[in-house]
Design a protein around this ligand. Sequence first.
Ligand code: GTP
Ligand code: MG
Length: 451
Amino acid sequence: MSSIFGKVRDLVSSFLRSSESYEEAVAAFIKELQKEMIKADVNVRVVSELSSRIRERALKEEPPPGILRKEWFIKIVYDELVKLLGGDTVSEPFPRSFPWVVLLVGVQGSGKTTTAGKLALYYKKRGYRVGLATTDTYRPAAYDQLKQLADYVGVPFYGERQGDPVEIAKKAIKVLLHDYLCDIVIVDTAGRHGYGKEEDLLVEMKEIAEAIKPSEVILVIDASVGQKAFDLAKKFHEQTPIGSIIVTKLDGTARGGGALSAVVATGAKIKFIGDGEKLEDFELFNPKRFVARVLGLGDLETLLEKFKAIEESDEIRKRLEKAVTLGRMTMRDIYYQLKSVKKLGPLRKVLELVPGLSMLKIGDEMLKGSEKKMDVWVSIIESMTYRELDNPSIIDKSRVRRIALGSGRTVNEVKELLDYYELVNKMLKDLKRGKLRVKGLDLGRLGGGSD
Ligand SMILES: Nc1nc2c(ncn2[C@@H]2O[C@H](COP(=O)(O)OP(=O)(O)OP(=O)(O)O)[C@@H](O)[C@H]2O)c(=O)[nH]1
Ligand SMILES: [Mg+2]
């Protein structure tokens, strides 16, 4: 997998080491990145859009405290690549409704049949009743190939050695859903169309899709497919809207750029990746992890840690903004902050960039407060019930004693946390009423009216 984007890893480390000026180094990095991506068969339009976004941010944004400008640039590259690959969410692999019918499409040899087997195993292991079907009557061995996989996984199979693929698909759905009561049916299709043209294959996919109305059409794409993947994905997409993508053969020497292009061409996200011939060589696609690997951030552990800290502080900032808007903060928010600050460890200085945090004393208490106190408070909060978390005012003397006992802390320590909770909430309330001004917080924007 390290071969994707060729030498991007080396680019990153030489960028960080280079002695050129920031502007020069950025320009050089972008130029090399473009070269590598084009070499990796990423569509030219995609490359140029990506680089202008990176360039613009690189020249405009100031890094947060504690982060060097060059490090921040790598974060920008990381962000933009993650965005390109579907954002920071890992896609939801589990169907929302049943039955869930998947139609696998893709060109010859892209790995559809193998992927059908992988999907079947993946979902069977997770307790679903899966069925496999093939409509491939063009390649003589296609039927046996999927049948064998179905037997290996231990799931029902439907296929016919010859006949009209559309009719076979319809029958397969009927048999697997009604006779075998499957929750999930995976339909494998042909990658070639007799001696026919590519157009015929596309028409057939469209007809099958119209006949069985799958819940999701998945494009299976080989990581080594080059530039033509972009056009191909677009063509498939025009015939049968692609819901998601599975990239196969990422274990090989492929650079994977074609697959990246397919993502952009269809607007669909990569859901799984295959990295081997065995059915177990299959995993959910995680854009962040993937890009971190591509950029070699695993080797730059401290840098990756810093990025995580920034993301964490971003989450805290969002929660704080909400608390300010509402004029209150829950015990759960406090818990989240305590945990984050602990997790960030020596990087907690990054937290200082959270606007208003230190002014609200939350920062002071936590940033300067001892590690030990954080542990105490975390354990106390963990001993509270959900009702107490949501509404600490119900915590009376006897509950205080029970919480202290449950967490192995003293009554005074529990009281101290509750006092702190009250103090923070009083400040938030005053803030909302406009009695308190906090530097760095745009109160107008947050809409804290003076009611
Ligand atoms: N190394 C590796 N090989 C794979 C992977 N996925 C599939 N293959 C191999 O690629 C070849 C083609 O796979 P198939 O699953 O038959 O491809 P297909 O799309 O069904 O092919 P057609 O039905 O002919 O269109 C087989 O030799 C598979 O073992 C993968 O993730 N890694
Ligand atoms: Mg096949």
